[in-house]
Design a protein around this ligand. Structure first.
Ligand SMILES: [Mn+2]
Length: 340
């Protein structure tokens, strides 16, 4: 999966000190994107380099406690001149938790045109070949697991400090739904190794999941009561979040995260979707149980992801049209949902 040539090249690269390394998570970064970016950042710092994180956009509120997250630069809040400076003198760009360059959104072109070597560390299906070094496994639970395995490949596990371990653990917890989808022995073993670095798992769980605001909880109540549509006979349920909801509840990045799972938790529902209305597009977030392919439905709308968790963003599609097309699509593909 990772060629000996790449290993040799990076080995000598890492041996030099003070390399300027840019780390980029995907747009709309989640726990795994920020966890892997910050985990890699702490590791590189301990190794004697000068890493920095450039995120395409803002990270969600529930991650604001992560070690040194305040040092993350937010690309869509910077002007072009300032952005250009980040690329000057950078010797490596590490793209974490995404494998389609469009997921770097506003800085995609700059990354491609910079001519700087790109390293991809990721676990999503079918990576695009934009990086010359690809460390990828779509059977991995998370990119945080991949970062751990990457560090292990170079026999540098001793350079994982407490902060790095906290970040990597965070991504494993969030991407596996608190270990529900942690299906391999390996990921549990890695979580155990991170515990040996003295992280406090319960504290991290509390920071992630018992740290919400009253407003966010009231918003959840509104979505459950007024915005949930259930098609029992289709084994399908979805939420529809409108621009007026966004304004009324003053929604911030991450406020709607995970709500889709409530639809999936209904008995007899095997496919769920969360529709979000934006100014000029509609976002789809799909979740499914077992063999039901959430990814099939995301791909129909031009997106991608994993078998059971996938998403899409469709430009110039109104939320009402998106809703109609979605229900039609599910009706026409009942063979993918009624599997037994
Ligand atoms: Mn991930």
């Amino acid at each position: 999966m990772f060629t000996a040539k790449n290993i040799n090249k990076l080995q000598s690269f890492f041996k030099e000190k003070n390399q300027k390394i840019m780390i980029v998570p995907h747009v709309g970064p989640d726990g795994d994107a920020m966890g892997s970016a910050l985990g890699f950042y702490h590791f590189l710092k301990i190794l004697g380099h000068q890493p920095f994180i450039l995120s395409p956009d803002e990270y969600p509120y529930y991650l604001d406690w992560m070690p040194e997250i305040e040092k993350v630069y937010i690309a869509n809040q910077l002007d072009t001149n300032t952005l250009q400076k980040f690329f000057l003198g950078t010797q490596l760009i590490a793209c974490l938790d995404f494998n389609a360059i469009s997921r770097a959104e506003g800085i995609s072109q700059q990354i491609l045109e910079s001519g700087i070597p790109i390293l991809m560390i990721d676990h999503h299906e079918t990576p695009e070949p934009f990086a010359e070094m690809i460390f990828h496994d779509n059977n991995a639970s998370s990119t945080c697991e991949m970062v751990y395995r990457f560090i292990e490949t170079f026999e540098l596990l001793d350079f994982i400090d407490l902060d790095c371990a906290k970040c990597l653990y965070t991504g494993i917890v969030t991407d596996t739904g608190c270990f529900k989808y942690a299906l391999s022995e390996r990921v549990h073993e890695i979580a155990g190794k991170l515990l040996q670095k003295n992280i406090e798992p319960m504290k991290i769980h509390n920071l992630l999941f018992n740290n919400t605001s009253e407003e966010r909880l009231r918003f959840l109540g509104h979505m459950l009561k007024d915005r949930l549509v259930v098609y029992k006979d289709l084994k399908f349920a979805y939420f529809k979040q409108t621009l007026s909801d966004e304004q009324k509840y003053q929604l911030k990045e991450g406020d709607s995260e995970g709500i889709v799972n409530y639809a999936l938790s209904i008995r007899g529902i095997d496919l769920a979707c969360y529709l979000t209305e934006k100014e000029d597009l509609t976002k789809f977030s799909f979740r499914s149980l077992g063999e039901v392919p959430a990814i099939y439905f995301a791909k129909h709308f031009g997106g991608g992801g994993h078998h059971n968790a996938a998403g899409a963003k469709t430009l110039n599609l109104s939320i009402d049209d998106a809703e109609n097309q979605l229900v039609e699509l599910v009706k026409n593909n009942q063979h993918l949902i009624h599997l037994t």
